[in-house]
Write a protein that binds this ligand. Structure first.
Ligand SMILES: Nc1ncnc2c1ncn2[C@@H]1O[C@H](COP(=O)(O)OP(=O)(O)OP(=O)(O)O)[C@@H](O)[C@H]1O
Ligand SMILES: [Mg+2]
Length: 260
């Protein structure tokens, strides 16, 4: 599959290949400081996996990038353009470059599969209905569901629904795909198919992937870099061979021995 990416002007303060940058990002919920002056960046085209214990702030990071929640402090930049702080208009523009797939699929239950995929390209990107449908059919083919165009989400298995959700995210031709534990709500026999699809996408597209997963063998396969989180901080990062094979931090060792 070829994924078209539109060129955006790059700000002088970031290196050209840096697609996502969080600087000194703090996020609090009441008195609970979930992210504490967090810094990290993701290079274009890289596949980065976030691992760490429950409640360490992994989903919060993806939700910040998806603008589903706002930081209390810090800056977030995507492809050299500010996502936060930014005007609502700028935020909407920058946000178009990011797609997200959720644990619970979050498909629109009252729409057909085809309409789930065409809705945002038509309303947000301004594609014609015909263009959006052609794109949707191509993506349904890619995810192996070409025959399910007219089905409703409730008529599909969990694995099929998640494939539709992946097609829906790709239909926006995002530069960045955020994946939040996308197989953890699936029956075990459906997990492999969805992970194989994501492996294919990682191998055959130039989409930057930021992935939260408890599937450590998948993380090992697709990641260029693994970030270990604890209490809202990156405590260790490196290539998967290092993080899974020879972690430096005791906390990482302890976490991995509990999940592997
Ligand atoms: N909307 C919210 N209101 C209040 N607290 C929240 C909210 N969302 C997240 N939190 C808190 O923020 C912390 C981090 O949550 P987050 O969902 O980012 O963790 P996580 O690393 O994704 O965990 P898990 O592995 O269980 O999914 C938790 O302590 C959680 O209770
Ligand atoms: Mg989470």
């Amino acid at each position: 599959m070829s994924v078209e990416t539109s060129k955006q002007p790059t700000d002088l303060h970031t290196t050209p290949s840096e697609l996502i940058r969080l600087e000194q990002v703090t996020k609090r919920f009441g008195s609970n400081t979930v992210l504490d002056h967090l810094d990290f960046s993701v290079q274009a085209g890289r596949h980065v996996t976030l691992i760490g214990p429950s409640g360490s702030g992994k989903t919060t990071i993806l939700r910040l990038l998806m603008t589903l929640t706002k930081p209390d402090e810090g800056t977030i930049t995507v492809d050299g353009q500010r996502l936060f702080p930014a005007s609502d208009k700028q935020c909407r523009e920058v946000r178009k470059q990011i797609g997200m797939v959720f644990q619970q699929f979050n498909l629109f239950p009252n729409m057909t599969v085809l309409r789930n995929i065409t809705e945002a390209p038509v309303t947000v990107l301004g594609l014609s209905k015909d263009e959006a449908e052609a794109r949707a059919r191509e993506l349904l083919d890619l995810v192996g569901l070409a025959d399910k165009c007219d089905a409703r989400p409730s008529q599909l298995s969990g694995g099929q629904q998640q494939r539709v959700a992946i097609a829906r995210a790709l239909a926006m031709r995002p530069k960045v795909l955020l994946l939040d534990e996308v197989t953890s709500a699936l029956d075990p026999e459906l997990v492999a198919g969805v992970l194989d699809l994501l492996r294919d996408i990682a191998r055959t597209t130039d989409i930057t992937m930021l992935c939260v997963t408890h599937e450590m063998s998948f993380a090992r396969d697709i990641s260029d870099q693994v970030l270990m989180f604890d209490s809202g901080r990156v405590i260790e990062s490196g290539p998967p061979e290092q993080i899974f094979g020879d972690p430096e931090q005791d906390r990482t060792r302890e976490f991995l021995s509990a999940v592997l």
